[in-house]
Write a protein that binds this ligand. Structure first.
Ligand code: SF4
Ligand code: SF4
Length: 493
């Protein structure tokens, strides 16, 4: 499409599939292109799947609409603008000048009359003047459970929150726990179960993982529930046979990588002090990728590696791997602080974003760009208390993997959510958090990790100690998403 055409036909690009009840491609219809955001694995609980019902695009009434409050906007290029509503079902939208002009008309209330108006409304860039603005909050469909299969690890990472020992989960404990997880999912009417196998180093217990994964597969069929399984690993000791088994049995793999070479070695040494980068590189380049298994990469950013985040991102993107950039979280009951100083962290993240802009993958990457923030609108930072369970190696139930040593119950019932719901960790809605409830980014950030907030302030109902970092980086992350959408549809010069 040439530039003149792109300026006269309204074009709105978004990062989410939706269905328009119109099988006609009239030339004067807005051209809407959508793509799904990736779901990244990280070592936290995904927030509940709060997303808009995208099927009902055109309201049946004649309500007046106007521009939503607190719209974030940016000039992406001379021909395209970026616009983001706090109430957007997914990330920001890209509008060409024609669509942008139409949006500006809604500075004054008016009814929907053009095809593109429905898209602006669906993205909540315009909203009914009479209805109070709110985020749709459907019931979460996925129950996620962290299975802490061992305390043991062959590495000795300084930021690790696991109190290391040789203790591991027994088969009996693991099978019983998975049974309770499925009972809970069924009772609570979830549609899917996700199991995350972690440690310590989970692959030290590979035989157990296989037993648990096979049992989960069997239960998923018995209960008629979908199943996703992920292994969280340091990537140092996965064999060709392990990788083949994961592929065959549909298990995903997440590997921690904190830099390239010496920077990774600094934060992820073996117990004898030697670095582990070479082993991770060998696993990925010589075992996983040749075997057809693409791991997801997670980078934990501390004061020791913030300056190396860009190299880690480049290394992963060169291999076409998904990357998730996460901030260090303080260990419970520890005075140690490995968090990067704020400006160092921001500089390191911006350097990593520069790499994204150079490479600009077509696959969606917004969900991995900024700690726990997610492109899809949601009220709670994570699923703690509503769709997330943690089972420690002794079979006890905890609210969060950071609290393995402080379980809420040592006995598992057939409704595990009831047991975690009333635990001490309060994962409250962002709408109840001071300073957050008017923030443009509130439904992407949801106020940050509740444990980090409580550690910093002694309160659950205030904004994250990382708030300034998030607010500084969101515009850059959104811009990258806008550029990705333009590239995907051939409009990036
Ligand atoms: S922590 Fe900061 S960026 Fe996040 S929602 Fe609250 S005010 Fe907004
Ligand atoms: S409380 Fe914090 S560390 Fe725990 S799952 Fe939620 S975001 Fe992650």
């Amino acid at each position: 499409m040439n530039r003149i055409q792109s300026n006269t036909t309204p074009i709105i690009l978004t990062g989410k599939h939706f269905f328009l009840d119109d099988d006609c491609a009239c030339p004067d219809s807005p051209q809407i292109f959508t793509s799904l955001q990736d779901t990244f694995e990280n070592d936290c609980a995904c927030p509940s799947a709060d997303s808009a019902d995208l099927a009902n695009l055109l309201p049946a009434d004649n309500r007046l609409y106007k521009q939503a409050d607190s719209i974030y906007r940016d000039d992406l290029s001379s021909d395209f603008r970026l616009a983001f509503s706090p109430y957007a079902p997914q990330g920001p939208s890209v509008l060409n000048l024609s669509a942008w002009e139409r949006w500006q008309n809604f500075a004054q209330p008016r009814p929907l009359s053009q095809p593109e108006d429905a898209i602006l409304a669906q993205q909540n860039l315009i909203m009914p003047v009479t209805a109070p603005a709110r985020l749709p909050t459907p019931i979460p469909e996925m129950l996620t459970a962290w299975m802490h299969v061992t305390n043991a690890c062959n590495l000795d990472c300084p930021y690790c929150y696991v109190r290391k020992s040789s203790a591991s989960m027994t088969e009996e404990i693991g099978l019983n726990a998975i049974g309770k997880i499925f009972q809970t999912a069924s009772k609570r009417q979830f549609k899917n179960v996700k199991l995350k196998y972690a440690g310590g180093e989970a692959t030290l217990q590979f035989r157990l993982l296989k037993k648990l994964a096979e049992h989960a597969e069997q239960l998923s069929q018995e209960y008629g529930l979908g199943l996703k399984q992920v292994i969280l690993s340091n990537g140092t000791r996965i064999t060709v046979q392990d990788a083949a088994w994961m592929l065959e049995n549909n298990l995903r793999l997440m590997i921690s990588l904190d830099g390239v070479g010496e920077i990774h070695d600094r934060t992820r040494p073996y117990r004898n002090g030697n670095g582990s980068f070479d082993a991770v590189r060998r696993t990925i380049d010589e075992v996983l990728l040749p075997g057809g298994l693409s791991p997801m990469i997670t980078v934990t950013i501390t004061q020791q590696n913030a300056g190396g985040a860009a190299d880690a991102v480049r290394w992963a993107l060169e291999r076409d791997l998904s990357v998730s950039l996460n901030f260090y979280r303080h260990k419970p009951d520890s005075a140690e602080d490995l968090a990067a100083e704020e400006n160092t962290l921001i500089d390191g993240m911006l350097a990593a974003y520069q790499v994204y802009e150079e490479v600009l993958p077509l696959r969606p990457f917004l969900n991995g760009l900024l700690d726990r923030t997610q492109a899809g609108g949601h009220l709670h930072t994570c699923g703690v208390g509503s769709s997330y369970l943690v089972i420690n190696h002794e079979g006890a139930l905890a609210q969060c993997q950071m609290q393995l040593d402080a379980p809420v119950s040592r006995a598992l019932t057939d409704d595990l959510l009831l047991q975690v719901h009333n635990g001490p960790l309060k994962n409250i809605s962002v709408e109840e958090k001071q300073n957050c409830n008017t923030c443009t980014y509130r439904y992407r950030c949801a106020g940050g990790c509740p444990l980090e907030t409580y550690r910093a302030s002694g309160r659950w109902d205030v904004s994250s100690p990382n708030c300034h970092i998030y607010k500084t980086l969101f515009p850059h992350a959104f811009r990258l998403e806008g550029l990705r959408l333009l590239k995907m549809h051939g409009w990036l010069n």
